[in-house]
Design a protein around this ligand. Structure first.
Ligand code: HXC
Length: 260
């Protein structure tokens, strides 16, 4: 499929998605979100891709939110459809088997911040700005922030961001656990790829099962989550990678994982 609002390339097993509407600060319109959903469906079943980096085009924004000009005239039912379409696409970032890394190059506001929240790992440039300014527009978040932000940074900090609409810088995002790393703008993609390449070098079935273990576990009570982990651990012994990874350790050599 050809994409009009996204750029996509694969670099050594790492997919790079670029949100690409720079004139509108990469605002997320329905077309972009639908494309993102399709692209993530394709990535999910592509075994060549072992990790995904997502960033914004231009030097100003990751994404400055959902597209306000598209949303302004909407009825409640149209707003519902808009939210559901974006929620579907953005949730795929969380649930595709491969780990996802947000490289936040500038404004990540509203829906833009919600894309970031759905990723597994977040790297921010010193120029990044984060916020959930929906209350300034008379709306609630609609792509997951009321649920994902409190799970990531705790309810108290999340509520302050969600209820005030305050925009925070990268250093504050790092302090509250919203950004894993903060780097200079010219180092942003290098850092994101450094993490992605490291993940891509591991046993891929183990990587995918570990991501799934965390995601599923967050929706279970801890007892069931621990049981689930035991089942995943057992399952990992059905892979060739387990035999290879442990043999390589014992033979003091690097493992040659096959993702089988
Ligand atoms: C549509 C947007 C946009 C957006 C920026 N633009 N953000 N268009 N939707 N979310 C457009 C502007 O209209 C402008 O177009 C161009 O991008 C450049 O933006 P400026 O405002 O001129 O830039 P600047 O003065 O540098 O300010 C940057 C900014 C500001 C602080 C990021 O653009 C801003 O506050 N944007 C809106 C942020 C926001 O409220 N996001 C949350 C949206 S609600 P022209 O044509 O004039 O050049 C949301 C809900 C998600 O995300 C859930 C939905 C279900």
């Amino acid at each position: 499929m050809a994409y009009e609002n996204l750029l996509f390339e694969i670099r050594d097993g790492v997919g790079l998605i670029t949100l690409n509407r720079p004139k509108a600060l990469n605002a997320l319109n329905s077309a972009l979100l639908t494309e993102l959903g399709h692209l993530l469906d394709e990535i999910a079943v592509n075994e060549e891709i072992r990790a995904v980096v997502i960033t914004g085009s231009g030097d100003k924004a990751f994404a400055a939110g959902a597209d306000i000009s598209e949303m302004q005239p909407m009825t409640a039912m149209e707003g519902r459809k808009f939210s559901a379409n974006g929620m579907n696409a953005i949730t795929k970032l969380e649930t595709i088997p491969q780990p996802t890394i947000a490289a936040v190059n500038g404004f990540a506001l509203g829906g833009g911040c919600e894309v970031v929240l759905a990723c597994d790992i977040r790297v921010a440039s010193t120029k990044a700005k984060f916020g959930q300014p929906e209350v300034n527009l008379g709306v609630t978040p609609g792509f997951g922030a009321t649920q994902r932000l409190p799970r990531l940074v705790g309810a108290g900090i999340a509520k302050e961001l969600l209820l005030t609409g305050d925009v925070i810088n990268a250093e504050r995002a790092h302090q509250i656990g919203l950004a894993n790393h903060v780097v200079e703008p010219e180092e942003l993609l290098n850092k994101a790829f450094e993490i992605a390449n490291k993940i891509a070098s591991k046993g891929q079935l183990a990587v995918k099962m570990t991501k799934q273990g965390v995601n599923e576990g967050l929706n279970m009570d801890v007892e069931r989550g621990l049981q689930y982990e035991t089942e995943l651990f057992a399952l990992s012994f059905s892979t060739e990678d387990q035999k290879e990874g442990m043999a390589a350790f014992l033979e003091k050599r690097a493992a040659a994982f096959k993702g089988k």
